[in-house]
Design a protein around this ligand. Sequence first.
Ligand SMILES: Cc1cc2nc3c(=O)[nH]c(=O)nc-3n(C[C@H](O)[C@H](O)[C@H](O)COP(=O)(O)OP(=O)(O)OC[C@H]3O[C@@H](n4cnc5c(N)ncnc54)[C@H](O)[C@@H]3O)c2cc1C
Length: 387
Amino acid sequence: MPTPGLDGYAPPWLKPEHDDLAELARDFFTKQVLPHAERLERQGHPDREHYLRAGELGLLGLSVPEEYGGGGGDFTHEAVLLHEQTMAGEGSLGLAVHSGIVTGYIRHYGTEEQKQRWLPGLASGELIGAIAMTEPGGGSDLQAIRTKAVREGDDYVISGSKTFITNGGLADLVILAVKTDTTQGAAGISLIVCEISDKSEGFRRGRLLEKIGLHSNDTAELFFDDFRVSHRNLLGEEGAGFYQMMAQLPQERLVIGVGAVAAMQRAVELTVAYAKERTAFGKPLTGHQNTRMVLADCATRTRASRIFLDDCIARHARGELDVPTAAMAKLWLTEGQCEVVDKCLQIFGGYGYTTEYPIARMYADARVQKIYGGTNEIMKELIARVL
Ligand SMILES: Cc1cc2nc3c(=O)[nH]c(=O)nc-3n(C[C@H](O)[C@H](O)[C@H](O)COP(=O)(O)OP(=O)(O)OC[C@H]3O[C@@H](n4cnc5c(N)ncnc54)[C@H](O)[C@@H]3O)c2cc1C
């Protein structure tokens, strides 16, 4: 179904190969994952088999070089995949984190040995990736994290806890933000890649957190109590972690923006279709001026958002996406998502409030977009700093 306001529009970075990828991804999400949606929601986490299947199809690690088992593409390919996942209404697989974020850290900061050790597994789906920065004591103030890693011989011994970790219930590989020097703020933070399993000594997964949305994706607490990991798992250098996160967060924010625009696009499509069918006072909802005005607003916001997003994607592909622009994208696109989805839900009337209609789930799923990846208040701080 064409999206009103976006019919015929193509991103400037789009190449024919992206269309083939979109078709493959759409097919995978709709035919192989969505039929299990209700069960996945009930169990509160995705199926590991779906990661493996995505890996077999070449949908994981699209931006990972081929020599490490990836697709050899770039961020535009990840963006197409994530767009299709949201447009399909699939929310169980944590691909935004697994492929959109975790592989990037390893690619950028990993040694040759680390890349060979972890990237093929992430690309095949044998390893599920997560990144853990947030702690129970706070997420916005990253410099204040308390999880510590103490060097003992060839190992780091890690103690502390993380919370709200996407993919935390299934993850095999976690990029963990730790303090290797507790006397320092930002300069004391390092990133250590932890291979974890339910049998790992000194590691425990907490419960899966019950959320108002994103029910089929696992968000968990992780506990480390004298967990030992080889010093060879340090990503880059000791003390570089904060700067590595600051360098990677623009991509994380763009990943969130991709989801936001796809959600707006889906909401407008679903609502236009509904408004043409549903009648009130003897005519379709689209026969009432208010419905047309609201839909016009939503379609306009969606189109403007798409163009801003595409400009950011193009900048990112050239290596030119700066921190404030990425913050603007995260801020404005997620505010737009919540606004558009809310307005669209209203057009569904009472049905919009029932979970039988996708718009209700989209409403609940949208809310967290303004919170994670750095809250929107923090985005405003980042933008205001350069004004
Ligand atoms: C579903 C979900 C998935 C997540 N996935 C991950 C993940 O994979 N990995 C990970 O590390 N984290 C993850 N998070 C955590 C998320 O990034 C944090 O919740 C977020 O950064 C905010 O941290 P906090 O919850 O501790 O809020 P706090 O930092 O306590 O902030 C509370 C409020 O105060 C405001 N505030 C804080 N500081 C300022 C300031 N300087 N100026 C103005 N206002 C301020 C905030 O904007 C917010 O409104 C996830 C969260 C959720 C809900």
